[in-house]
Write a protein that binds this ligand. Sequence first.
Ligand code: DGL
Length: 309
Amino acid sequence: MLGGRIPWGVREEAVLIGVYDSGYGGLSVLRHLLAAFPDRDFLYLGDSGRAPYGGRDVHTLLDFGEQAVERLFEEGCRLVIVACNTMSCVALRHLQRHYCPPEGDRRVLGVTIPAAEAAVAHSAGHIGVLATRRTIASGTYPTEIRKLAPGHRVTSAAAPLLASIVEEGWEDTDVAREAVRRYLAPLAGIDTLVLGCTHYPFLEDAFRAALPTHVHVLDPAPHVALRLATWMERHPGFVEPGSGRLRVLCTGDPDAFVAHGTRFLGRPLPPVETIAEVGGRLAPREGHVEPRGQVVRPKRDRADGGTAG
Ligand code: DGL
């Protein structure tokens, strides 16, 4: 059973909101959520030790998504926002079916539908989407856009280098401008560009410079916050405020997380706590001690003859 203990002083009655991303990028979404909901308590989980997600296979993403959402619910969240485009595009339905039965009191929401709605609202008929390889391969953005506007054209392209360029802090370089120019080439004729990856808003200047001035460059993050506000109006069971606390968990190196994260969040992070990975899964909340030195374990029984995994 998923727990619900809240150990860091948030009010028991408050609805703790989890925000989940592959790493630092989702902090650019959290930034808008914090501004829109200053009296809410947030718990951010960045899976930076296993990022990037954008080139991962679907089943690995489903596994990672399950582990992260389970952890956020165990930590006491009742609402989880999947801030990562890749995870939202591939696994949102799966996570909702698994963890949010209609009669239950937990919900998982994503970023794709708010982005699609905002794109349709801005577009005269031709929307471009740039995102990670997995997001583009999923086809989720065109599907959601066409549900809302069946006559709209959607042109999408993967831009796998862009997230790394932002993580390096190279937004204002010729490398960034040239990469943006090349990735935009197949999107000629669009009137709206969806920045379909948490990192791309940091390249907004490069996108604006490379696109005709009439093209609307759309950062989904503020629309995610706006849509959450209207969602809460329709879901009064999730509105109980907290006291504006923020706790941050990451996998991987917490120092690197703080160094990068501050830029993405736009303000200093609270002390970042680490979750270890054990055998491909997030370590349990309590009792995990990482072994030191050489580790020898019994040979695994490989019924498949050693070809799998
Ligand atoms: N958060 C991811 C996304 O929006 C960033 C890129 C990645 O992890 O590959 O798709």
